[in-house]
Design a protein around this ligand. Structure first.
Ligand code: CP3
Length: 344
């Protein structure tokens, strides 16, 4: 596939570029009036996710409106639990809710197989195919999944939580069952990501949103290990691992079979570089709240971030863009990166 704008893929491959590529986590949806309009014409979030034509349309909106260097497929990490047999509901203003959760060995036994889960996600592969066709090589498309720990956390807790104490309790009280479930999620995620690549995804990102809730030891045992299995199973497509709050895992991440490490805003670029070494690209890590500040501040913080990372960097936020971020401020961020030039 030939891309008209391949600055993102070039950086992933370790090639020289004049400036960092830029995109925003959660850029599809939320902040765009075009998204809200389309969303309002449908029953709910899930209908949008499960209707390939519409999902493709929403995926392309930020490319047209913001001019970012990569698209990310409009979907959700929670499609994996659903495909395994735990449907989610997306409650207006409240977030996800699972009527059925995992609490025992038999609950895990009764889940669908990884192969069945893979087949039940055809609507995502269809959305990717339609998106790639309509993008027509303008920018590459990023596919994604949740990290097994973050997915397990939702499958046990059944909803969002500040502490995910039920999920963490499961790790402490039923570690063997937790590993069994993590294995299953990992197998399904590998098949799912491979199908996203077959459908046309040019890069993949693994989101470990709840990494920061685990101790270093637990994180190594219940998360990095499974992320590592996913990375090693994918060949020939670049992977970004974004684990929010996983500062203590950077040493282990250095050994992953992936190209890019996503950093949140608490992680200092020099510190991360020392931990990870020179062989990987970093992505991030502007605090999403900077985008509430004045235009001068947004420009200042953005240039400061780019300068501190130096090369081998993909400009992004340190987490998803917040829904109430003014669109003009998002544009200032994107344009500041696009106008930047590395000195040689
Ligand atoms: O990045 C993109 O723009 C692609 C689409 C995308 C969505 N969710 C769409 C979405 C991606 C990559 C995700 C990932 C996701 N989903 C994560 C990991 C990233 C992160 O932010 O930590 C998590 C934890 C989820 C689970 C989830 N989905 C929650 C907790 C919620 C409710 C709160 C929220 O973030 O809005 C969702 C809903 C959701 N997923 C929306 C969108 C556009 C908002 C729903 C709506 O429009 O009604």
């Amino acid at each position: 596939m030939h891309y008209k704008n391949d600055i993102f893929l070039k950086v992933v491959r370790g090639e020289e570029v004049p400036r960092p590529p830029v995109w925003l986590m959660r850029q599809a949806g939320r902040i765009l009036p075009q998204y809200r309009e389309l969303r309002a014409s449908l029953k709910d979030f899930k209908e949008l996710v499960e209707t390939p034509d519409k999902a493709a349309e929403v995926t392309i909106q930020p490319i047209d409106e913001l001019g970012v260097d990569a698209a990310i497929i409009f979907s959700d990490i929670l499609v994996i639990p659903e495909a395994l047999g735990l449907p989610y509901q997306m409650e207006e203003k409240q977030g996800p809710f699972f009527p059925k959760v995992i609490s025992s060995a038999s609950d895990i036994e009764s889940l669908y197989s990884a192969e069945d889960a893979e087949a039940r996600l055809q609507y995502v592969y269809d959305a990717i195919k339609i998106t790639v066709k309509h993008l027509d090589g303008r920018v590459p498309l990023i596919g994604f999944c949740g990290a097994p720990w973050t997915i397990l956390a939702y499958m046990i807790e059944g909803k969002g939580s500040k502490t995910f104490s039920q999920a963490k309790k499961f790790l402490y009280t039923e570690p063997l069952l937790a590993e069994k479930l993590l294995d299953k999620i990992t197998d399904a995620s590998i098949l799912y990501l491979k199908q996203q690549v077959n459908a046309g995804a040019a890069h993949l990102q693994i989101f470990d949103s709840w990494a920061g809730l685990l101790s270093s030891e637990q994180y190594a045992q219940f998360s990095t290990k499974y992320i590592g299995r996913i990375c090693s199973a994918i060949k020939g497509t670049g992977i970004t691992v974004f684990a929010k709050g996983a500062m203590n895992a950077l040493d282990d991440f250095a050994k992953l079979d992936c190209e890019v490490i996503g950093l949140d805003w608490t992680m200092e670029p020099d510190f991360a570089r020392t931990k990870v070494g020179d062989h990987m690209v970093f992505q991030g890590n502007l605090d999403p709240c900077v985008l509430y500040a004045s235009p001068e501040s947004i420009r200042g913080y953005t240039i400061d971030m780019i300068s501190r990372f130096g090369k081998k960097h993909i400009a992004n936020l340190g987490h998803g863009v917040y829904p109430d971020t003014p669109l003009d401020n998002v544009k200032i961020f994107v344009n500041t990166v696009k106008e930047f030039k590395y000195n040689t």
